[in-house]
Write a protein that binds this ligand. Structure first.
Ligand SMILES: NC(=O)c1ccc[n+]([C@@H]2O[C@H](COP(=O)([O-])OP(=O)(O)OC[C@H]3O[C@@H](n4cnc5c(N)ncnc54)[C@H](O)[C@@H]3O)[C@@H](O)[C@H]2O)c1
Length: 279
């Protein structure tokens, strides 16, 4: 398959890597040369680590890298079988991209979004090809995590859904059908918990380390909620809470003021070097 991946950040790089590893021709696109190069650097580092740990051979690493091209022009993706979008979690920016992709892509190209929370129907509508639009929500880190929520909008055709579901299976993931609601299943349930843990920090219920320890040892979570929020990116967490709050129209989803403040200060978690912890 020819796969286009747009956005070479933490998710896009991982998606490009797993798609290329099974022999797809992948083109990874971002808005600046340094961003695509960073994405490629992350892939190189991940694959190098897997070779060191003897999970894959040097040949497999080389073949995977050979399957990945980079570009700054979305036009270079126009003959893809599927494009997986993993750009910033902002509805207006995603809408502009889907409108452009609808204009430039071959009629058969499936447009999949890795959005964490934005209803797929909104992106389907602006694309001008609603039957070809679907959600393909990978988990972070993509090469490790098995789950993919495949989000079926009302307009998604059987063929689009089945092709996307099968691609997830070919990637050795476990796809799960989810209907098109804000936050889908994963973030509808996860993000309010992370947001609540941030309220606990803000109100002084306990220190971040203590909150994480409670959830790890008390609830058998593999990672505490504040560490997880830092890994996801606090800007992405805030964007998801804003979508849940607005689209489900319920104040129980209001983003914690401390989360808003940290994003304002540029404390975005692991990717910026500081969030609830320093990296
Ligand atoms: N971080 C997570 O744990 C996680 C998990 C699942 C889904 N997601 C979703 O995946 C998407 C990307 O998240 P991320 O964590 O990789 O973000 P990120 O900030 O690491 O990367 C986003 C990338 O998109 C690029 N970009 C922005 N606008 C663009 C445009 N118009 N065209 C091309 N590239 C553009 C940016 O330059 C950046 O490199 C978001 O929708 C997010 O909600 C994130």
């Amino acid at each position: 398959m020819k796969v286009g991946v747009i956005g070479a950040g933490q998710m896009g790089a991982g998606i490009a890597q797993v798609c290329a590893a099974i022999g797809n021709q992948v083109i990874l696109c971002d808005i600046k040369q340094e961003f695509v190069e960073n994405g490629l650097g992350t892939i190189n580092k991940n694959l190098g680590r897997s070779v060191e740990k003897e999970r894959i051979s040097q040949d497999e690493m080389d073949n995977t890298l050979e399957n990945i091209g980079i570009t700054l022009e979305i036009e270079d993706l126009s003959d893809s079988d599927i494009i997986i979008e993993a750009i910033v979690e902002n509805v207006d920016i995603k809408k502009t991209l889907f409108r452009n992709l609808g204009d430039i892509c071959n009629d058969q190209t499936i447009l999949a979004s890795n959005t964490s929370s934005i209803p797929i129907g909104i992106l389907a509508e602006v694309s001008g090809r609603p039957a070809k639009v679907v959600g393909m929500h990978f988990m972070n880190p993509v090469p490790v995590m098995k789950l993919v929520e495949v989000i079926r909008a009302k307009s998604t055709s059987d063929d689009t859904f089945e092709t996307t579901f099968k691609l997830a299976q070919d990637l050795s993931k476990v796809p799960v059908l989810v209907n098109d609601f804000p936050g889908f299943v994963s973030n509808r349930i996860l993000l309010p918990m992370l947001n609540e843990s941030i309220f606990c920090v803000m109100e002084g219920v306990a220190e971040p380390e203590a909150i994480d320890t409670v959830m790890k040892l008390g609830m058998s979570h593999p990672m505490g909620p504040l560490t997880l929020a830092d890994f996801i990116g606090l800007d992405t967490c805030l964007a998801i809470m804003e979508v849940l709050h607005r689209d489900l129209n319920d104040d129980k989803y209001r983003p914690c003021p401390l989360l808003i403040e940290m994003v304002k200060q540029g404390k975005l978690g692991k990717k910026s070097g500081e969030g609830f912890y320093k990296y």
